[in-house]
Write a protein that binds this ligand. Structure first.
Ligand code: PMP
Ligand code: GLN
Length: 381
C-alpha cells in the first residue's frame, strides 16, 4: 500500500538498544535512566489505585495535576496558564508535539526544524500534511538567526525549537529569545517549544523557556515530559501549555487521538509535584553525573563537545588509536557496541541527509557504576 511515511524505518534508539541487549553492551545510546525513580512516586500511584482512580479522567487531564503544572510554570517562568483552558496532560512529549502539529498545520504549510533535531519532528510535520524545512543550527549548535530569517516565507506556519537541545546539549540564552522575538514579532508564525530537558541545565545557567517571554509565549505550544524529570520514561506522561485559543485547537485533536492519559499515574505525579525539591534539584543531580563522566572521558582519546544541559554528552572519535576511527557514525556505533561493549547514538540520526561528522552521543543518565564501566571500556581505544 502507499505509505504516509515512505522513508521512515525503525528509530535508531530502538535499533541501538536492541543491539546493546543482544551483545551485552553498556547501553549509553537511547536516553533513559538505568536507575529507579524515588519510591514515593510509585507509592503515590499505588495509593491512587487503592483510592479507586481507575476510570477516565477529564479529557485534558486530572485537575490536580494540571493545577500543579500551572503552579510550577508560574513560579519558575513567571507566565500564568489557566489549568482549565491552557494546560493539557499528554501521553508523553512525543504525542504533545504531534498533536500540536496536527492542530495547526494545514496541507502545504511549512514548518521549520533546526537541525540536528529529534527524530519525531519531521515525520510529525509530514503526517500533518506540512512541508518540513530543515535549517541548520550554527557554530557550536547555537541558533543561527540569519539562516532562520532566510528560511521564513509567507507559508511558514510554525518553528519547532528544542532547548536544552537533544542531541548537542546546548541551551538557548535569554538573548536568543529576544532575537527570535525581533524576527517573529510582525509575523503570525507559531512556535512549538520542546522543553523536555527544562530541569537539566548546568553551571547555574537559567532555562530560557518560551514561557519567560510574554510575546513568544502568546504564540507557543510548550511541551515537557515527566519521563525525563521523574526518571520514568516508560510511563509516557507529559504535558502541553498554550494560550486558550491555541489550546482549544490542540484539544480537538487530543480528544480523538488519545482522549485521555492514564489516571493513576496522573494522581501520583500530582501528589509528588507538591514538593518542588525533585525538579529543583535535578540539575545538580545530573551535573554531578556529567562532571564525573566528562572527567573520565577526558582520560580517553575521545574529544568532548560542550554539555550545558540534557543528559547527553557528544564526543568526536576521529583521534582514537584504532582504524575504526575512520568509520562513518552509524558503522562506528555498531562497531563500538559489538566490539567495545558501549552503545552510542550516531549524530547522523538527527539529520535528514544522514551526514556523518565523526560525532556520537552518549547518555549519562546512568548509575555511577554503569558510567565507570563504560569509561573503563572506552579507555582502551
Ligand atoms: N523530545 C526530545 C528532545 C526528547 O529527547 C524526547 C525523549 N527522548 C522526547 C521529545 C520524547 O519524550 P516522551 O518520551 O515524553 O514522549
Ligand atoms: N528521546 C530519547 C533519546 O533521544 C529516546 C526516545 C525514543 O526511544 N524514541 O534517546
Amino acid at each position: 500500500p502507499p505509505s504516509r511515511l515512505p522513508t521512515v524505518g525503525t528509530t535508531i534508539f530502538t535499533v541501538m538498544s536492541a543491539l546493546a541487549q543482544q551483545v551485552g553492551a553498556v547501553n549509553l545510546g537511547q536516553g533513559f535512566p538505568d536507575f529507579d525513580p524515588d519510591p514515593a512516586l510509585p507509592q503515590a500511584v499505588t495509593e491512587a489505585m487503592r483510592a479507586g482512580h481507575h476510570q477516565y479522567p477529564p479529557m485534558a487531564g486530572v485537575p490536580a495535576l494540571r493545577q500543579a503544572i500551572a503552579r510550577k510554570v508560574t513560579s519558575l517562568y513567571g507566565c500564568a496558564y489557566d489549568p482549565d483552558t491552557e494546560v493539557t496532560v499528554t501521553a508523553g512529549a512525543t504525542q504533545a508535539i504531534l498533536t500540536a502539529l496536527l492542530a495547526v498545520v494545514q496541507p502545504g504549510d511549512e514548518v521549520i526544524v533546526l537541525e540536528p533535531c529529534y527524530d519525531s519532528y519531521v515525520p510529525g510535520v509530514e503526517l500533518a500534511g506540512g512541508v518540513a524545512v530543515r535549517v541548520p543550527l550554527g557554530e557550536g549548535f547555537r541558533p543561527d538567526f540569519a539562516r532562520l530569517a532566510a528560511a521564513l516565507t509567507p507559508r511558514t506556519r510554525a518553528i519547532v525549537l528544542n532547548t536544552p537541545h537533544n542531541p548537542s546539549g546546548t541551551v538557548w540564552r535569554t538573548d536568543d529569545l529576544q532575537t527570535l522575538w525581533a524576527l517573529l514579532r510582525d509575523t503570525d508564525v507559531l512556535l512549538i517549544g520542546d522543553e523536555v530537558y527544562e530541569h537539566m541545565v548546568y553551571d547555574g545557567q537559567p532555562h530560557a523557556s518560551l514561557a519567560t517571554h510574554a510575546g513568544l509565549a502568546a504564540r507557543s505550544f510548550i511541551v515537557s515530559s515527566f519521563g525525563k524529570t521523574y526518571h520514568v520514561t516508560g510511563w509516557k506522561v507529559g504535558y502541553c501549555l498554550a494560550p486558550a485559543p491555541l489550546m482549544a485547537e490542540f484539544r480537538k485533536v487530543h480528544q480523538f487521538n488519545v482522549f485521555t492519559v492514564n489516571t493513576p499515574m496522573q494522581h501520583g505525579l500530582a501528589a509528588c509535584m507538591a514538593d518542588p525539591a525533585p525538579y529543583l534539584g535535578l540539575s545538580a543531580f545530573y551535573q554531578a553525573k556529567r562532571d564525573r563522566f566528562r572527567a573520565g572521558l577526558q582520560r580517553t582519546r575521545l574529544r568532548l563537545l560542550p554539555c550545558e544541559g540534557t543528559y547527553f554528552q557528544c564526543v568526536r572519535y576521529g583521534e582514537l588509536a584504532v582504524p575504526e576511527r575512520r568509520l562513518e557514525e552509524t558503522a562506528f556505533c555498531e562497531w563500538l557496541t559489538r566490539e567495545v561493549g558501549v552503545a552510542a547514538i550516531p549524530l547522523s540520526a538527527f539529520y535528514g541527509d544522514g551526514r556523518s561528522q565523526g560525532i556520537v552521543r552518549l547518555c549519562f543518565a546512568k548509575r555511577d557504576a554503569t558510567l565507570d564501566e563504560a569509561l573503563r571500556r572506552l579507555a582502551r581505544l
